[in-house]
Design a protein around this ligand. Sequence first.
Ligand SMILES: [Zn+2]
Length: 322
Amino acid sequence: MVALLLSLLTTTTLLFLFSYFFYRYSLYSTAKKARLENVAQRDEGILRDRSILLVIAHPDDECMFFGPTLLSLSERNDIMILCLSSGNEQGLGEERKIEIEQSCRVFGIDESLVNVEEHPALQDNPKELWNTAVITDILKEYVEKNGIDTIISFDERGVSGHLNHIAAFHGANQLIASYGNQTTDVHFYKLKTVNRFRKYISLLDLPYAYYKFYIAKKCSKNQQTLAQIQKISNGNGFHYSQPNKNTKKPRPVSTAWKRKSLLSVSPPLTKVPDCLLFVSSPEQYKQTLDAMKCHKTQLVWFRRLYVKFSRYMIINNLERVK
Ligand SMILES: [Zn+2]
């Protein structure tokens, strides 16, 4: 029995050390990437100069699930939040609307860029799968009105399995599908759901998250190369295609929201990454915790536990749907 406990303890310690190593490595590589950007040696793993719409279902989703994404992207992109309901299941909708504004301010997002929908068909209810067409119509209006070129939301499993989260995915997915092949300007990234064990092991999930990210990136690279070879082969014979170094566009002066006319200077499709991995630094993790503290009506014991153990407070994997 003692031997078993000892081996369990040793394994956990080793796993923790291994994860910690990966964590330090990821912070180092992020800093290195940022330095490389200054000399325009950009790679395809970064989203920049985009007009992003984060679509969530309830106030607090931005903290509990998308903290690393928001903090990583807010520096180089414009971010607008669309919350599809006020989270009024317990009659706290009005307070929660104020809480999400305060929380977004902690993330550095002005309250004028936070929108909470009050549609009668989109009321907070874990047992109700919202009407996809209603969500799609709302999203379409936001995208066109604000010149959105990137949508981020949940995936088809909604991270927690909440039906409202899943509906947010279907709404965004349907909007993207409705564009067909007519446009390549609007992209959609979904936040990958992991299994329950991975979800609650916090930093310990990092090595595996890195592994999955590496594999996904490699697969997408191979596919891109294949597509490029086919494209070139159909033209003037097979040859090596040099990357275009003149695609760098200056980023306009940053104010609140100024991307309406920016679609024309967004990076072309080939420069938009297929998968993204965001890992928060300790400071960013603390920032996400501070944002969560703004949701006072939601700070019950199980959410307090959640913010301590959930990997979504530190790690986000996103996959491009289109
Ligand atoms: Zn939610």
